[in-house]
Design a protein. Structure first.
Lengths: 332, 285
């Protein structure tokens, strides 16, 4: 029982991954939900667990798309090698961007990540030999996942690809849950709650921020790579400012208090975008209204709404106090 | 050699427009401490209102005065009615609400005027070119340089020479202290946001005859404005001026030397400034 309580978010995520094929017709749409959920997890790790508002997640997403695309299309490398290298590219670019950005705090940090997002966009736009420029990098294949010639999983059909993405997603989810519940994660919360105090206690605040930035970059790059495999193209739009904004918006719609909220936010955004854009091309207007409503009335996001409903139903249940960083510090 | 001189003058012209765009963003940031993503949307509205005014047969000159006033008033009202409610919330919601506002304005513009761009003719008196010996230059662009220079002086006087300006500058240092002195900070917040919106709209009106009006010009503009604010230093009037001119000239010169990389060089320039001066050229640490 104890472990279930600790891992209920992972269980929820697992249940969602299993349930999606039952309710959805399109395997690719389901895969898209999980891919963006993965990118949102990376953003949530920064915003919800460290207090870093990054407008540059599109950099790592796009770098992932291009890295995977280039390795598969131009270098013909095996997928099993390409995946970790894609993550590595994300980590390296995140360390680069982070090294400049995390020297600044709050709004200046936001502006810097945004400016870097533009810089990488124009870099991709200019280097047409590698990226295909405006047309994007075309013909990204979906080779089977194999080790030493033994085929583990073909990725031809959309549901085969879904199961591959689902495995990656759950691994990332599990990894991030381990991180956020570790001492490292608790330190991040301490930095989020009071950066100056955390520094005064003796933590290397910048080091921690850079490390979490690197993790986030790696996760986001993997998501970007998977999207390129799904779409068969690494488009220029994947590194655009718009992607950064979209990932951030999904993160906030879902809520930043826990990891499962990220899946909620990505699912809500991807599915309603898929549905709304087919009936009304100006659906972004509704998104704008939703963003304003969230800012005004529901800062906890969809997760917060669900939580309120849950508590309304189980009114007699005593609400457990949220574990904050200061409490866990006192305990240790 | 002449080509480069021409490009520098061009750069000054672009740079003055950039300055107009960035200065409002910078002042709003300095006082209200958030990044206003709706800033580009006010610029966009400025250009479309100018187009509409001329379509209705009003003169460009009337639009030049009226449009910034209307959008400034709208900005003031939005701050009072909506934005004010999120100041006590977490920082990301200050930003998110302006992102939402920008989306609403952009999509509304497409609903009203359609997804394609519109051309805006410069007023008759400013059509054509001027010639001084070898030097040939469009009249309208010269007008933009002169007009923004005068406007910059006015704005500088407003910020440095008036009571409102001192309250804005003092508020950038410490909002708490200013309110302790008995000044209604909320009133200043509203006026500053309105002033920012008005300057963005003015930039939109002035840019319309040069580049037309199209629904995504706001996004493009705000990206540039962010770079200028980062380069010049946040919350600084002179930073916006220096940053705007620098970026304008770099972009303009590079478009002769290396056209494909002109936009990229803007960001390289930004990176260089950040390496040497992390808080921007004229920002305080």
């Amino acid at each position: 029982m104890h472990t279930l309580k600790e891992n209920y978010q992972l269980v929820l995520a697992f249940a969602t991954v299993l349930a999606m094929p039952l309710f959805m017709q399109s395997g690719l749409l389901a895969a898209e939900v999980l891919i963006f959920a993965m990118a949102v997890l990376g953003c949530n790790l920064l915003l919800g667990f460290t207090g870093l508002l990054s407008f540059g997640q599109g950099i790592f997403f796009g770098m992932g798309s291009y890295a995977l695309g280039i390795m598969l299309v131009k270098l013909n490398m095996p997928l099993i090698l390409v995946l970790p290298l894609t993550i590595l590219v994300g980590v390296v670019s995140a360390v680069f961007v982070g090294w400049f950005s995390i020297r600044q705090r709050s709004v200046y940090f936001v502006l810097l990540t945004l400016a870097f997002a533009q810089m990488f966009y124009f870099l991709a736009y200019t280097m047409t030999d590698l990226t295909g420029g405006d047309n994007g990098l075309l013909g990204v294949p979906r080779p089977p996942l194999s080790v030493f010639g033994i085929e583990l999983l073909p990725l031809e059909s959309s549901w085969q690809f879904y199961s591959f993405v689902a495995t990656c997603f759950l691994l990332v989810f599990w990894f991030l849950q381990r991180i956020t519940t570790s001492v490292f994660g608790r330190t991040l919360l301490a930095i989020r709650d009071n950066e100056i105090r955390a520094g005064a206690v003796g933590y290397d605040v910048r080091g921690f921020k850079l490390a979490v930035f690197a993790i986030s970059g790696g996760v986001t790059a993997l998501a970007g790579g998977l999207l390129a495999m799904m779409a068969g193209i690494a488009p220029l739009s994947s590194i655009e400012y718009h992607t950064s904004e979209m990932i951030l918006v999904m993160t906030i719609i879902g809520g930043t208090s826990n990891l499962f909220a990220s899946l909620l936010g990505a699912g809500f955004y991807v599915l309603s975008a898929d549905w709304l854009s087919s009936i009304w091309p100006r659906w972004l207007l509704l998104l704008g209204v939703l963003l304003m409503l969230i800012s005004l009335y529901m800062q906890q996001g969809l997760w917060g709404v669900l939580e309120k409903l849950w508590h309304a139903v189980h009114r007699r249940r005593r609400r457990e106090p949220a574990i904050s960083a200061t409490e866990s510090e006192q305990q240790s | 050699m002449n080509v480069y001189l021409l490009q520098v003058v061009n750069g000054v012209g672009i740079g003055m427009l950039y300055f107009l765009l960035a200065v409002g963003l910078s002042i709003i940031f300095g006082l209200l401490r958030f990044v206003n993503f709706a800033h580009g949307a006010f610029y966009l509205l400025g250009a479309y209102f100018c187009f509409q005014a001329i379509k209705w047969g009003l003169s460009f000159w009337l639009a030049l005065i009226l449009v910034p006033l209307i959008i400034g008033a709208a900005g003031w009202a939005i701050e009072r009615i909506v934005l004010r409610r999120v100041y006590d919330k977490a920082h990301e919601f200050h930003i998110l609400i302006t992102v939402g506002l920008a989306l609403i304005i952009q999509e509304a513009v497409i609903l009203v005027w359609g997804p394609l761009g519109e051309n805006v003719p410069p007023p008759d008196i400013l059509q054509g070119i001027v010639m001084w010996g070898n030097f040939v230059y469009p009249k309208y662009r010269l007008f933009v340089i002169a007009f923004t220079a005068v406007f910059a002086l006015l704005l500088w006087w407003l910020l440095e020479g008036t009571r409102l300006g001192s309250a804005v500058r003092a508020g950038s240092e410490s909002t708490e202290m200013v309110s302790l002195l008995g000044i209604n900070v909320m009133r200043i917040f509203g006026l500053t946001f309105g002033l920012g919106a008005a300057t963005a709209a003015l930039a939109g009106v002035l840019a319309a005859p040069i580049r037309g009006a199209e629904p995504f010009m706001g996004l493009e503009a705000i990206a540039i404005a962010f770079v200028i604010v980062v380069v010049g230093g946040m919350g600084s009037f002179s930073g916006a001026l220096v940053g705007g001119l620098l970026i304008g000239i770099v972009q303009s010169l590079m478009s002769t030397l290396w056209p494909e990389g002109a936009r990229l060089m803007i960001y390289v320039a930004m990176g260089a400034v950040l390496l040497l001066r992390p808080h921007g050229l004229l920002g305080r640490g």
